[in-house]
Design a protein around this ligand. Structure first.
Ligand SMILES: CC(C)C[C@H](NC(=O)CN)C(=O)O
Length: 569
């Protein structure tokens, strides 16, 4: 290799180095000879002997340097004998280039140099973070239970107060009312928005989350009081701990850490926190539509952390299924049982004509992607408390969780369900079931297929009773391009905090507003989960681990920095 080529390689490697090691406190360069040494934190010193080039130093050390929180890197060495005849002009040019690079790095990444301070701050405040989660979990903000509406309003007030305390530009948005089954009308919980920073030279992200919860009763099998956050073996048990109060708080704490340390936020951050997600985000579609040219006008990206990893490895989520939720009202229990039997076969095949027609073929390429996911079937079985699964291999199971529709029977309302035997005859019973939606399925079409099917099978019974079918939730599926810069930023942030790359996963559940965000605002969305695979969302003993909650906060801190580095298209 001629000295000229070698020199060019070195300069290219400097750029590589800056990219790989953007979070040191100082990066200093002296000469760039063949022998080079790195001084790490002034404590560890590694000297490369012989004919190693600067390039090989860069390639050897990036990860270990990052892990050791380097405060300085010094490259020094002897001059290459071949270079002694170089023209002074070339040397001067080299110096200028190095200075320019150093100045650019120091200037553009000044915030990132304080990453370690932010991390220390989070570590020092973790007890406070757990206590705040405890306070939030203690509020029974069940959006499905109208009798709990004041609690729901209360939790929204707590969110508002927290964001105001951080000096955000906070707004409380009225999203109207809700008509209950008995015809009465109650107010929907107000949506809280907040804005931190309005620098037009920065990207703007909008963090979406919810603080309503699924119902939970101790007698349903909880080992602890669901509304008293209880720590056992590093896990914080309580309803909403993972879905979604913990992740919402982790985002708030991430922003709060920047502000407390007086570190400029690398991007403008907006929050949109709602209280009706668990019943289909009532009122939120209209808010997004009304705000698309206002609140959302300067938003570049929307971030949702309302999902979980698939294993112990961190993940980025690039798809969720939608949900069509139905009620079927009849006057006797047996009619409802009959209807339920006509929805799905024992082997999981949907029996409603046409429903699965729009589903795309499961390709070999997809199959290979699913094979890569580190999902443990045994763990999964023990988590959900079963001995056998409907699919006995990982790929088919994941495919049926992520990319095929499924029917779920949720319950029967009105039938006698109390203890002891009674032969009471109910005036009406309402069956509740839902069909998860996957790409290409259209809820309007599904609504017709389900309604037609139910009326046709009901007709066969020649019953004098009446059947009423209603679709009460129509949430479309959402699918992102996992190669988008937003995901690349996510991969870098995960690596920085967890020292391992994320796996790319989809979610079997539904985030009703995700598709609306995409269709109405045209903004790009990422789902960045921090919940563990075994958090037990919607189930008994829901939890988030202290590790995921605290390291998740750090992930969000890192992610804001990584998003700031995304180049405009
Ligand atoms: C439409 C459903 C009620 C939404 C619900 N989503 C979540 O719980 C996400 N936190 C679901 O059952 O998937």
């Amino acid at each position: 290799m001629s000295p000229g080529v070698l020199r060019r390689n070195r300069f290219r490697s400097y750029f590589l180095w800056f990219h790989l090691l953007p979070h040191s406190d100082h990066i200093l360069f002296s000469s760039n000879g063949h022998a080079a040494s790195c001084a790490l934190h002034g404590r560890i010193r590694h000297v490369l002997q012989g004919s190693r080039t600067a390039t090989s130093v860069f390639q050897t050390f990036p990860c270990s340097l990052q892990r050791k929180n380097i405060s300085s890197v010094v490259l020094e060495g002897e001059e290459d004998p071949h270079q002694s005849s170089e023209l002074p002009l070339l040397n001067a040019m080299r110096c200028v280039c190095v200075c320019v690079v150093v100045l650019v790095v120091l200037g553009a990444r000044v915030n990132s140099f304080r990453f370690n301070e932010l991390i220390d701050y989070v570590n020092k405040h973790q007890e406070e973070y757990v206590q705040t989660l405890r306070d939030w979990v203690s509020i029974e903000s069940d959006s499905s239970d109208a009798t709990k509406r004041t609690e729901l309003q209360r939790v929204m007030g707590v969110v508002e107060e927290k964001l105001r305390g951080m000096k955000g530009n906070v707004d409380v948005v009225d999203v109207g009312t809700q008509r209950l089954d008995d015809g009465s009308i109650i107010p929907l919980p107000k949506v809280v928005t907040a804005e931190f920073g309005d620098d037009v030279n920065k990207h703007t992200v909008c963090v979406y989350g919810h603080v309503d919860i699924q119902p939970a009763r101790r007698e349903d099998g909880w080992a602890t009081d669901p509304y008293n956050l209880t720590e056992i073996n590093g896990n914080l048990y309580g309803r909403g701990a993972s879905d979604n109060k913990g992740p919402v708080l982790a985002w708030i704490h991430a922003v709060e850490a920047y502000k407390a340390l007086d570190i400029e936020l690398p991007v403008n951050v907006k929050f949109l926190i709602e209280g009706m997600e668990e019943t289909g985000s009532n009122g939120l579609d209209a808010l997004v539509e009304a705000q698309k040219d206002k609140f959302f006008s300067d938003v570049d990206y929307i971030i949702i952390s309302d999902c979980i990893w698939k294993s112990t490895r961190p993940a980025l989520t690039y798809g969720t299924r939608g949900n069509c939720y139905f009620t079927a009202q009849v006057s006797t229990n047996s009619l409802l049982t009959f209807i339920y039997y006509t929805l799905i076969s024992a082997s999981g095949q949907i029996l409603i004509p046409g429903v699965a027609d729009a589903v795309t073929n499961f390709t070999e390429e997809e199959r290979k992607i699913y094979e890569e996911v580190s999902f443990d079937m045994e763990n999964y079985k023990s988590n959900i408390g079963v001995d056998r699964l409907m699919y006995d291999n990982k790929v088919d199971l994941l495919a049926h969780l992520w990319r095929f529709p499924t029917v779920s029977i949720h319950g029967i309302e009105g039938a006698f369900s109390g203890p002891r035997s009674k032969t009471v005859i109910p005036a009406k019973v309402t069956g509740k079931f839902s069909i998860r939606q996957v790409p290409n399925m259209d809820p309007a079409v599904v609504e017709k297929q389900v309604t037609d099917h139910l009326h046709a099978v009901f007709e066969q019974r020649k019953s004098p009773n009446k059947l009423t079918v209603s679709m009460i939730i129509a949430a479309k599926p959402w699918l992102a391009d996992p190669k988008h810069a937003l995901y690349e930023a996510g991969k870098r942030a995960v690596k920085r905090v967890f020292h391992v790359g994320p796996e790319m996963i989809r979610e079997g559940g539904t985030i009703p507003i995700a598709r609306t965000f995409q269709d109405v605002t045209n903004k790009y969305i990422i789902m960045l989960p921090i919940g563990g695979f075994d958090d037990g969302l919607h189930s008994q003993n829901e939890k988030i681990s202290r590790y995921n909650y605290i390291e998740g906060t750090k992930l969000f801190i890192a992610y804001l920095q990584e998003v700031s580095l995304i180049k405009d298209n």
